[in-house]
Structures are given as structure tokens and as C-alpha cells.
Design a protein around this ligand. Structure first.
Ligand SMILES: C[S@@+](CC[C@H](N)C(=O)[O-])C[C@H]1O[C@@H](n2cnc3c(N)ncnc32)[C@H](O)[C@@H]1O
Length: 328
């Protein structure tokens, strides 16, 4: 086709599914030669025979380049987390001896990666992942971006889950002008900073027990010019006593947040919202929430359920739930 029609015809062929993308398009004296798949034709156009160079194969799946025994191939994970320029993946036992090769395959498929870390699960009070380097740079500090906010984080020292970005954005979009917000288990500050940048909150108190998390939290508040975020190191249970009444409290500690619910509810203004996160058996979540609320009511604080949603799968029978509760 004449060069000036090249782009539109190329798109048309692509849409029709007949452009041969394994061959390199040629430019010849004002004409573009577009390779099409064998036997196909286009109405109103003449098909001619020409030679084309082959393009190198484009590999987008690291599983195709990992040199591991054939019988283990199906065990390779289809997904992994990316925090900044670091990939974090879990491997089944059988693949452990091949971790270095799997790391290499990931880095060669995704050139934007600087390191690959193997995740052996979250541990302890600080909920930090047990990570070991399988490929790339041993420096595990990185900068992660979500919805325009930048978070400095070292996943080997603090908890951070990139999969909750959408949930943080949802919570931020609910915050009204002038609200006082408490982020009880703030980590490096993703909820607090998202709220600061995407709402008109008056003040946000961000608490964490892990000194490394609070150090990053302070840095991240500066990095994002989140001047209304106050980072506080300590046990949220005690810190809550010294804070003013809140319009919104975020409780992102899914294994034990329920133990803190009484204290949080007492700090919440009437009409205020608690965002509670819980790990639960799927068929028990409604009952668990009902029991928690009746225990609170017996102590004189009434909360009602605004919504219960499963955020992610935790195990074949369990989920992580986001529960919005409003104080009457
Ligand atoms: C699941 S992480 C959530 C971090 C953060 N909200 C996020 O989305 O990345 C829970 C955090 O709670 C902190 N933590 C655990 N117990 C705490 C307590 N009693 N008081 C304050 N923070 C606590 C841990 O150090 C950890 O950073």
C-alpha cells in the first residue's frame, strides 16, 4: 500500500486478524509491504508475493524461558506481586531447587525488574514477609507508585500489599471534607497518604508498632507532601486514647483487628465509619460480624453494617473481607 495509507491498512489487517506479526514490515520506494497470513485476501486489494525477514519471537510469559524439568513446568506460578521494581513470588516445595533459574527467567522477561524475591509467608506482630533474594540486586528498598502516590518501602522490613491499591482508593473516595481519620495499622502509610492526596480530610493519624514502618511513613508523608498526616509509633490500642474523636477509622490488620474493635468504636463519632478487615471462613463471615456487633451493643456502642465484600482469597475456603461499619 502507499506509505501514507500504511498505518490505517496495518490496523485494519490487525483487526481482521490476518496481519502476519511474526514477519517484519518492509518499506519500499514510497510503499509499505505488509505481510499477511498465508491464503488470506483483502477486498479491493491485490496480494503480491514477497520475501520478509522473521522477527525474533516475543516472549511475554516467563514460564516459556525458565529452564526447568518439563514435568515441573505446570507448577510455575501464573501470577506474582510487583512492588516498585521488585517481583515477589511464592513457589511450591518442588520448585525450590530451581528458584534461581525462575528468578532469572522473570528478570529476562520483564526488563523493568531489578530484583526477584522468594516469599515464604508473612510472620510475627509486624506482619513482615520472610523474603530471600533469588535474582538481581540485593538492595530490597524500592519506590512503589499507585494512583499517583509514591511509597518508599522495603518489603523485607515492613508489610506492604500492592493488591490493595483499589481498596485504598475506594476508602479515600468516601472521605468528606474536614474529616478526622485514624489509620490504626498504617504500615508505610498507603491508606493515609492516599486519603491525604485524594480527599479533603482535615487530619489523618497514622499509627504503627513497627519502627521501620513509621520511619517509611514519615518519609512517604514528606515525599507526597501529605502535610496532614501525623505518623505515630506505638500500640494503636494505647495511642487511640490520646487522639481526638474520629470520623473514620481504618483497621487493616486482618487476623486480629476484631480484638481492637471495642476501643475503635468508642473513639468513633456518631455517623462515622470503621473500615474493618477480617480473615474469615467464607461461610462464617456474616455470623462473625453479627456476633462482633452484638458484643459491642451489649457494651453500649451500636454499629450497623454498611457493606461486607470479599477483597481477596486467603485459602480455598477463606477470604479477606472489607467490612464497612457505621456508628449509630
Ligand atoms: C497488615 S499490615 C497493614 C499495613 C498497611 N495498612 C498497608 O495496607 O500496607 C498491619 C500493620 O499493623 C502493624 N501492627 C500490628 N499490631 C499493631 C498494634 N497493636 N498497633 C499498631 N500497629 C500494629 C504491623 O506492624 C503492620 O505494619
Amino acid at each position: 500500500v502507499p506509505k501514507e495509507e500504511g498505518e490505517s491498512v496495518r490496523k485494519k489487517l490487525l483487526e481482521m486478524g490476518i496481519l502476519n506479526t511474526r514477519l517484519k514490515i518492509r518499506v519500499e520506494e514510497g510503499f509499505l509491504l505488509l505481510p499477511i497470513t498465508e491464503g488470506s485476501s483483502v477486498d479491493g486489494m491485490e496480494v503480491i508475493e514477497e520475501d520478509f525477514k522473521e522477527l525474533p519471537p516475543q516472549v511475554t510469559d516467563y514460564r516459556e524461558v525458565a529452564r526447568i524439568p518439563k514435568e515441573l513446568r505446570d507448577l510455575l506460578p501464573t501470577s506474582f506481586d510487583v512492588i516498585g521494581d521488585i517481583a515477589i513470588l511464592k513457589l511450591p516445595e518442588q520448585l525450590a531447587p530451581h528458584a534461581t533459574e525462575i528468578g532469572r527467567a522473570l528478570m529476562s522477561t520483564f526488563p523493568q525488574l531489578r530484583s526477584v524475591l522468594l516469599d515464604r509467608g508473612v510472620e510475627g506482630e509486624f506482619r513482615v514477609r520472610n523474603l530471600s533474594l533469588i535474582a538481581g540486586d540485593p538492595d530490597t528498598e524500592t519506590i512503589h507508585t499507585e494512583y499517583g502516590i509514591r511509597l518508599r518501602v522495603d518489603p523485607s522490613k515492613v508489610y506492604f500489599n500492592p493488591r490493595l491499591a483499589g481498596e485504598r482508593r475506594r476508602v479515600a473516595s468516601m472521605v468528606e471534607e474536614g474529616e478526622t481519620v485514624v489509620d490504626m495499622f498504617a504500615g508505610v502509610g498507603p491508606f493515609s497518604i492516599m486519603i491525604s492526596r485524594h480527599s479533603m480530610a482535615r487530619q489523618i493519624f497514622a499509627i504503627d508498632l513497627n519502627p521501620d514502618a513509621v520511619r517509611y511513613l514519615r518519609e512517604n508523608a514528606l515525599l507526597n507532601r501529605a502535610g496532614n498526616v501525623t505518623a505515630i509509633e506505638g500500640d494503636a490500642r494505647q495511642i487511640l486514647d490520646s487522639l481526638p474523636p474520629a470520623d473514620r477509622i481504618i483497621m487493616n490488620l486482618p487476623h486480629s483487628a476484631h480484638e481492637f474493635l471495642g476501643k475503635a468504636a468508642a473513639k468513633l463519632r456518631s455517623g462515622g465509619t470503621i473500615h474493618l478487615y477480617l480473615v474469615s471462613e467464607r461461610n462464617q463471615i456474616e455470623g462473625r460480624v453479627r456476633r462482633l456487633l452484638s458484643e459491642l451493643e451489649a457494651m453500649g456502642t451500636r454499629l450497623i453494617v454498611a457493606s461486607i465484600r470479599q477483597l481477596k482469597t486467603y485459602s480455598p475456603t477463606m477470604g479477606v473481607y472489607a467490612i464497612d461499619l457505621v456508628r449509630c
